[in-house]
Design a protein around this ligand. Sequence first.
Ligand SMILES: [Zn+2]
Ligand SMILES: [Zn+2]
Length: 272
Amino acid sequence: MYNDKNTRKNRKEGEQNNKVRIYDSHAHLNDPQFKKDLEEVLFRAKQNGVERIFIPGYDIKSSSRAVELAKSLNFKASAGVHPHDAKDFNSETLKKLEQLVSSPHITAIGEIGLDFYKMYSPKEAQISVFRSQLEIAIKFRLPVILHVRDAFEDIFRILSEYNNELPGGIFHCFSGGPDEAEEILKFKNFYISFAGSITYRNSRAKRAINTVPLDRMLVETDSPYLTPSKVKGRNEPAYIVYTLEVISKILNIPLQIVAKKTYNNAVKILEF
Ligand SMILES: [Zn+2]
Ligand SMILES: [Zn+2]
């Protein structure tokens, strides 16, 4: 009898685990590239088990579009100014940002950060705009979504000044290696998000997968960018399975479990 019950229980758990539930924690559905066929994109996402999609802004225009979409699709969104556009940030931008942030659909500030790889804005401007937006996050008690390229040292230094007051955040599309991952794990309530870039042959971030505990991990597509290596053209949320495949293989844990854990993490940090 005991055995019977156990088998039945296991079978039931197995069935539940087989249903993949995925949270794409970073997809720019607000990008003009999705204007034409958003419905089809969302349909394919759903077919692949992607149940939730977080829509991050990157400037004022895209952040207000993110709010609109989040409202109509019942998703969550963020507002923020990308380091690329730091040079155009002024008091008017700050005012508009604060207006957007008061929407109930906005649950994070981002994407914000430092990008010294492309350097579309001067370093000083990027740092000062980053600081201003960290202050908004603290004021509104929202987590931050960080975009970091070739700037980990500066990010860690600045973040440690604000960390005590920040409710947490995400290193989106993680581009560092195991050392940077270990540094991030020291920050309370910060998550590391892996994108389609870990499917690329020379991915540095892929080497960090083993360093990140599952309860601090997220997955994302960063659509329409960073198309996984197995597919071509514009990236979309349905392709997140390729990223999950890589993680599942490296950790030797079933894909469904990785999906479930990262789903729960995303809900914890982005929907509260
Ligand atoms: Zn980014
Ligand atoms: Zn992005």
